[in-house]
Each structure stands twice: as C-alpha cells, then as structure tokens.
Ligand binder design. Structure first.
Ligand SMILES: [Fe+2]
Length: 142
C-alpha cells in the first residue's frame, strides 16, 4: 500500500465513504504500477481504471447534491471539473513522456493531494449536509 485510506477522511455518508475507499484502492494500484516501473501500456490501463471510477463517483455525488438541493453544488461541481481537467492533462503527459519519475511526482501532487484535500473539506461539508437532508437516500422508509 502506497496511499492508505485514512478513517479521518470519512464524511459520514456510507455510499460516498465506500466509493472513496474504492477510489483510494484504485489510485493505490496506479501508484504501485508506477513504483514497480510498469510499462506505459500497463500504467495507461490502470489510469483508465482510475478515471472510470472518478467519473462514476463524481456523477453519483452530483446526483445526490441535485436530489437534496445542496446549496453549494456549483462550487463543488467546479472542483470536480478541475480534477477531471488535471486528469486529462496527466493522461496527455503519460502519452508523451511515458511513466517517468517526473510523471509519478506530478500525479502524486495532482491526484492524491487533490483527493485528500477535496474529501477533507468539500466532501465533508456535503456529508454533513446529507446527514440532515437525507432526501438522497435510495427509498428510505416512510
Ligand atoms: Fe466531491
């Protein structure tokens, strides 16, 4: 494990927390592939595996925000877009230079640090909102 899930990053919503943990597992596989000096094609494959889940997770968070009328949705969505843009840039860099140590360092800063910061602040605020506005729960009783 290179990047480990920290329980301090729990936001209090089981759906989101579960997805964040899966995201960390995938990011860890990516960092491991880089550390092991995997060939470009393998790193690209794991990048796609991470990207797929990032999109799925962002879509679900954004749907929860919409369903519950979350007031800070525009700012939150803007942060998601920022990460998507960095991710696209990372993919381009990987295509150009291959999985160099510089690429690994950029990825660590752009992806891992961003995720931790976003979860600790922006997603935590959303988790607090969802705990008092459970309209996003899939078919709660009553
Ligand atoms: Fe988020």
């Amino acid at each position: 494990m290179i990047v480990t899930w920290d329980p301090k990053l729990l936001v209090g919503n089981p759906e989101i927390d579960g997805q964040h943990q899966e995201l960390f597992r995938r990011v860890d596989q990516l960092l491991l592939a880089l550390q092991l000096g995997s060939v470009a094609a393998e790193v690209e494959r794991v990048m796609a595996f991470v990207g797929e889940y990032v999109h799925l997770h962002f879509r679900q968070e954004e749907a929860l925000m919409q369903r519950t009328g979350y007031p800070d949705r525009p700012a939150h969505v803007a942060e998601h877009l920022e990460l998507i843009r960095s991710f696209v840039a990372l993919k381009k860099q990987l295509g150009k230079t291959g999985p160099t140590p510089e690429f690994a360092a950029t990825l660590g800063a752009a992806l891992v640090d961003w995720l931790k910061e976003h979860i600790a602040t922006t997603d935590t605020a959303l988790g607090t909102w969802l705990s008092t506005h459970p309209g996003g729960a899939p078919r709660g009783p009553g």
